[in-house]
Design a protein around this ligand. Structure first.
Ligand code: PA5
Length: 446
């Protein structure tokens, strides 16, 4: 079971820059109120909590069907419709495409050179395509879909549709319309599940099944931590405690940047997933916490100097893995060299854990707050737990700030301006605005 250790966030252990127990006691009532908002399902977007009980048979059937007709699996999606699957792939099947089938590609941008590389590496006739968009109307995803579909149509003619599955809202949007009218297979994302909270829906579960991971294990992990994350008492609830600590560190100590450092290459994408969840959910009304992705031990040789001696505006959250599942012992060799002989006989997992512990302490010794989230191992069960823990925790933080953690109103304006530039009917005023701005951009130029 996932656990947290926040000793190095507290004044008792790191001195004046830590939080006192009093501060946590003072916020207890507000924290319990956040739990009550969740328990009472005050927000329709809390439907992500119902995913844990979902029947996965439709997802399993679809994965079997697609794996039967393809050698490659291509995801077209962006934001919450791509980062979750990416995370599952990297955590549960690292280096997947080198030795496993189907090969998986995730196109979550509109960079033409990436799509070109994908096309050069796949036989389109043997490629299953999962178009993922909750709204069904995201421009980047629509662009990829149009190009890939036309290519498939040229290759397979009337059989092209068979190679697609559209993952989208069950009742509305352009993708739903296409599924209904053109006979594409589809999987639902429940109406109340927002993009960045959707990894445990068919958005992430289909990819899991495609790569041979039992999607039920992801859900079981999440279900098993559910009760702990909904306890009213902050001292008994790890998600609520983490939320309160991050919130208090920002409000009381001016530490509004949260560095997430998993000590595992397999959780690099988890850092990215966390960044979207934290940024889009919490950056509102001039408030919010800034996420900062990282990975240990690599970033000890890249970012650590900044964490130790840079501005006092960060909290470091370590993600520690107890059992890596495999290990390598360092043999005796070059034992006459002091920079090498101390390693002999130790294992890589001992070393990575030692470095994580040492980094925690190095920060704590100079009063720089940090905490550790520990997972026993990286498998579907514990990854499910990690996803769910962070989703609930993010909702708690949003409620503590008094912001809606489920919307993202400010990403819309750049979309509207893009529509103007691309000539979408109804957005002529936006086109004009862009043209006027282009005029201003000629002033300061080198
Ligand atoms: O969290 C969100 O809602 C967003 O980041 C979306 O996931 C992203 O914009 C993609 O949206 P959609 O799934 O509707 O294509």
């Amino acid at each position: 079971m996932l656990g947290i250790n926040f000793s190095f966030m507290m004044a008792e252990t790191i001195g004046g820059k830590g939080l006192s127990e009093r501060k946590i006691e003072d916020i207890k009532e507000k924290a319990a109120q956040a739990v009550s908002e969740i328990k009472q399902r005050k927000w329709p977007e809390l439907q992500f909590m119902d995913l844990l009980k979902d029947d996965t048979s439709a997802v399993k059937d679809e994965a079997r069907r697609l794996n039967g007709v393809s050698e490659n699996f291509l995801i077209l999606g962006i934001g919450g419709s791509a980062l979750g699957p990416k995370c599952i792939l990297e955590a549960l099947s690292p280096f997947h495409n080198i030795s496993k089938k189907p090969k998986v590609f995730i196109y979550d941008n509109v960079d033409p050179s990436t799509l070109d590389c994908i096309f050069k590496n796949i036989d389109i006739k043997k490629t299953a395509v999962n178009v993922i968009s909750k709204s069904g109307g995201t421009g980047e995803t629509a662009a990829g879909f149009k190009i890939v579909y036309e290519k498939m149509k040229k290759a397979l003619g009337g059989r092209a549709e068979e190679m697609f599955v559209l993952t989208t809202d069950p009742g509305k949007g352009d993708l739903r319309r296409l599924a209904n009218e053109k006979g594409f297979a589809s999987l639902p994302i429940p109406p109340g599940v927002g993009g960045r909270y959707s990894v445990l829906s068919s958005v992430g579960l289909l990819l899991a099944e495609i790569i041979g991971v039992d999607s039920g294990d992801l859900l079981k992990g999440a279900a098993d931590i559910h009760d702990r994350c909904l306890k009213d008492e902050v001292w008994e609830n790890p998600a609520l405690m983490t939320a309160c600590l991050c919130y208090l560190m920002d409000r009381e100590e001016g530490r509004g940047i949260d560095v997430l450092v998993p000590y595992s290459d397999r959780l690099r994408s988890f850092s990215e997933w966390f960044c979207q969840l934290w940024a889009e959910s919490l950056g509102k009304l001039g408030m919010g916490l800034s996420p900062y992705p990282s990975v240990g031990t690599t970033d000890q040789h890249s970012q650590m100097q900044l964490w130790m001696e840079g501005p006092e505006n960060k909290v470091v959250i370590f993600l520690r893995v107890e059992d890596y599942g495999v290990d390598f012992q360092m043999p005796h060799g070059f034992d006459d060299l002091p920079g090498m002989n101390y390693l002999s006989g130790h294992t890589l997992s001992e070393l990575i854990k030692a470095e994580e512990e040492a980094t925690e302490l190095a920060l704590a010794k100079i009063g720089r707050p940090n905490m550790t989230i520990t997972i026993p191992r990286i498998d579907a069960y514990h990854l499910g737990q990690l996803f769910y823990f962070f989703e609930i925790m993010t909702a708690f933080v949003g409620f503590l700030y008094g912001v809606n953690p489920f919307n993202q109103p400010s990403v819309e304006e750049s979309k509207r301006l893009t529509f103007g530039i691309m000539g979408r009917p109804g957005f002529e005023a936006k086109k004009k605005e862009v043209e006027e701005a282009r005029g201003k951009k000629t002033i300061f130029k080198l």
